[in-house]
Design a protein around this ligand. Structure first.
Ligand code: GLN
Length: 305
């Protein structure tokens, strides 16, 4: 395993120069594009790590998985998917156009920005603070450590410049897709996107899902089986935005990316993989991350298809 990890890191490093760090959130533009890390957790809790696996980055869209988990645990499946679709999209993750043309204005799926904002509205909480705290707590259980912190400069940077997300949210408010205090719900969204994690954390998060919702460390059930199944389905079809089809072909396991450069990968019943590389392709997915996953999954024959 050690050898495969090292080779995966070497492979990943060769691709970083082909992409670009996200800089539409100005603070993300300051991250070193050449970082590359990986961590693999098995169902006994053993871990195998390589490269910059302990470097922290912001979780960004991987947080959408946690929002969806809670929305599904708090409501029935039909209620959730009455408000957000389950269709893959050929548009970018922050697309506005599809809100106007498809599905009675409802967002295409929970993993694009509009869909994630609607999903957040379905997470229970007496106020926005409680919503935030419940998501944080679920995140901490999945990654198996307390005290997850926010990267405050990334949070502030996105809060100040996130007008595209504001446009999406106000548009959805106007079409009655939801009825929320838009600034407050966006503040929760920006905060959960700014959680600081490393490859160990997101590998643990993946392992919880690979283990059917049960912690590989404590044996505690954290997420229901039904919810895990739905998460895997939507990750498979929508987890890498418009890159999801190609990713299924090349890697073949349910995964979710974020513009911070992380990707969580679920190998059901076997492994939870977390990779990191902030240099992104045109779809906003980690270039080195995809190459590392492709390498490891080919070597270990992990594709579910
Ligand atoms: N916070 C980011 C945004 O809303 C998350 C996007 C992503 O990771 N794809 O733009």
């Amino acid at each position: 395993m050690k050898k495969i990890i090292n080779q995966a890191v070497e492979k990943g490093k060769k691709f970083t120069m082909l992409g670009k760090v996200a800089d539409y959130i100005p603070e993300l533009g300051n991250v070193d594009p050449d970082l590359v890390g990986i961590c693999i957790t098995d169902m006994e809790g053993n871990q195998y790590c390589g490269g910059d696996y302990n470097k922290y980055f912001t979780i960004q869209s991987i947080s959408k998985v946690v929002s969806l988990i809670l929305a599904l645990e708090d409501n029935c499946k039909d209620y959730v998917f009455k408000h957000v679709g389950v269709s893959p999209t050929a548009e970018s993750f922050n697309s506005i156009t599809q809100l106007e043309t498809k599905n009675e204005h409802k967002p295409m799926n929970p993993f694009i920005n509009s869909g994630a904002i609607v999903t957040l509205s379905m997470v229970n909480g007496i106020d926005y603070e409680q919503k935030f705290n419940r998501i944080k707590r679920m995140m901490e259980k999945m990654i198996n450590r307390d005290g997850v912190e926010i990267n405050s400069s990334v949070y502030q940077s996105e809060r100040l410049t996130g007008n595209r997300n504001r446009a999406l949210a106000y548009y959805m408010q106007s079409t009655k897709v939801f009825n929320e205090d838009v600034e407050k719900i966006l503040d929760v969204y920006f905060r959960i996107c700014s959680f600081k994690v490393n490859c160990i954390d997101i590998s643990n998060m993946a392992a919880t899902l690979s283990n059917g919702g049960v912690s590989v460390y404590t044996g505690e059930r954290i997420i229901s089986k039904e919810t895990v199944k739905i998460i895997n389905v939507i990750m498979s079809s929508c987890g890498l935005y418009e890159g999801s089809g190609k990713f299924a072909l090349d890697v073949g396991v349910p995964s979710k990316s974020g513009v911070g450069g992380g990707i969580v990968s679920i190998v059901p019943g076997k492994l939870g993989i977390g990779v990191f590389g902030p240099s992104l392709d045109l779809n906003g997915n980690s270039i080195a991350g995809i190459k590392m996953l492709e390498y490891v999954n080919n070597k270990l024959e992990l594709s579910i298809y």
